[in-house]
Design a protein around this ligand. Structure first.
Ligand SMILES: *[C@@H]1O[C@H](CO)[C@@H](O)[C@H](O)[C@H]1NC(C)=O
Ligand SMILES: *[C@@H]1O[C@H](CO)[C@@H](O)[C@H](O)[C@H]1NC(C)=O
Length: 458
């Protein structure tokens, strides 16, 4: 200072001290706005607002008390849930894993200000931990806490309204109805409720209605996997247990399965195998491949049954239609294998019997042969007498030929006759085959029609 004064004279010294005073004023206005500029109409700093709201030091009271001026005011908490993704539906565990986003609004009656006092500032972001938060949870939630990604901050409006958002990978229990699998539509509940406040202290509500929520979810849906979000609906109700009534907010979500994979993987192959089995009735019995073919079909079906076993839970109260379908196809093919065995067996006994029949038939034939020649010889004699008498040698020759022809005829006749006899079992086998085929065909067609009608209408 002394050096300045000696060098630049009194004017420069005055300037320097003015600068110092201005700097001091600026500094003071920055750090002690209330003290220095309390009379000013507007304060543009966050600090001013925080100080006004008494939030500069964590206050226990603000954290533990439901933010109402009078205890009988109800805190209205409005919740909006948007579904971002359907990640997994586990039929065995009966759970649905989804990715949701929840926006929560409530009013904090202690933290209000007039924006015009603070430079028009109408919102403030503060840590959630500084103030009271509603303890709203999801009843069906079975996810671990690690899957919740809560925003640590909270937006405070000048009217006292607080807004928080939470993203969560939610695993919720949902009783899946698999009767119409894979053409099923699942209806799952996601219920919000407060664990410690009753209806008179905390009332749940929504800011948006069902159709807006559905269209928002449709718009934001990133991944749906094999599912389709069909609809979302919001219900508000009070549930009372004993004398305590709790406000609940239920989102009902309709999920529709995309069935194509199951049709390609399960239903069509089974259907084709069934058709193959039907067609195998036309394989000739003698080729001996019929039974083997049918057994192969039976094995293929059992492989498909294993796939089904991996998907469906073993709840026995309502057997899914597809399980009945698989079991029915298996049973029908199993019956047809049995039938093929029976027919094969019948044909075999027939062959066995015929050999016996043939030997007894031989004896009869021999007896016939002993009788026949007498008549034949008389016939030929008469004919021979009628005809012009050729020379003796020729007559003998002709006679010999005639005998040979008759013998051949008899031989042929003898071979034909047992065939007609042996048809008894084979005919039975053929009848069984035909009747079974018809029955089989009718049962398959009716069953498939029935399934189609149920699946399409469901
Ligand atoms: C902050 O605290 C002071 C005194 O403790 C009180 O007078 C004032 O009303 C409080 N401000 C708010 C916004 O609650
Ligand atoms: C959803 O809630 C309604 C009403 O409480 C109930 O009837 C329905 O069975 C629930 N759905 C599931 C899948 O739990």
């Amino acid at each position: 200072m002394a050096a300045l004064r000696t060098r630049g004279g009194p004017v420069t010294a005055l300037n320097a001290s003015l600068n110092w005073i201005l700097l001091l004023c600026f500094w003071m206005s920055h750090w002690f706005p209330a003290g220095v500029s309390g009379s000013q109409p507007s304060d543009c700093s966050y600090y001013g607002l925080l100080k006004y709201l008494n939030l500069t030091t964590p206050s226990q009271v603000l954290q533990i008390i439901r933010p109402v001026q009078s205890w009988n005011h109800t805190t209205a908490v409005s919740l909006d849930m948007v579904m971002y993704g359907i990640l997994d539906v586990d039929e065995k565990c009966q759970t649905v894993t989804s990715h949701i986003w929840i926006e929560t609004h409530w009013k904090n009656e202690f933290l209000t200000w007039n924006p015009s006092d603070f430079c028009g500032m109408d919102k403030l972001t503060i840590p959630k931990s500084l103030v009271w938060n509603p303890d709203v949870g999801i009843d069906e939630d079975t996810s671990d806490s690690g899957s919740i990604r809560e925003d640590p901050l909270l937006i405070l409006m000048s009217s006292g309204e607080a807004v928080t958002t939470t993203r969560q990978r939610l695993t919720s229990t949902c009783q899946l109805n698999l009767l119409l699998f894979p053409f099923d539509v699942q209806r799952c509940n996601i219920t919000f409720s407060s664990t410690s406040f009753d209806t008179s202290s905390l009332k749940l509500g929504t800011a948006r209605n069902s159709s807006v929520i559905t269209s928002l979810s449709d718009e934001f849906m990133i991944t749906q996997g094999e599912w389709n979000l069909k609809n979302m609906q919001v219900f508000l109700y009070d549930q009372s247990n004993g004398n305590i009534s709790v406000s609940k907010l239920r989102y009902t979500v309709w999920l529709e399965r995309k069935p194509m994979l199951y049709v390609i993987n399960l239903i069509l192959p089974l259907f084709y195998l069934l058709i193959l089995d039907l067609a195998s009735f036309f394989i000739s019995e003698s080729s001996g491949e019929k039974l083997g073919f049918k057994v192969t079909i039976l094995l293929s079906i059992s492989v498909l049954l294993l796939i089904l076993n991996d998907i469906l839970p073993s709840t026995e109260d309502k057997l899914p239609m597809i399980a009945s379908y698989c079991v029915s196809v298996f049973t029908v093919v199993w019956l047809s294998v049995l039938e093929a065995m029976l027919v094969g067996y019948l044909s075999k006994i027939d062959g066995f019997c015929c050999k016996e029949d043939q030997s007894s038939g031989d004896l009869q034939q021999d007896a016939v042969r002993h009788e026949e020649p007498a008549e034949v010889q008389e016939d030929t004699k008469a004919e021979a007498v009628k005809t012009v008498l050729p020379p003796d040698g020729l007559q003998d020759l002709l006679k010999g030929i005639l005998d040979e022809v008759r013998a051949a005829q008899r031989e042929a006749g003898r071979r034909d006759k047992p065939d007609a006899q042996e048809g008894r079992f084979r005919r039975l086998a053929k009848t069984i085959d035909c009747v079974f085929f018809l029955l089989y065909f009718l049962v398959v067609v009716t069953f498939l029609l029935y399934l189609c009608i149920i699946w399409m209408n469901g």
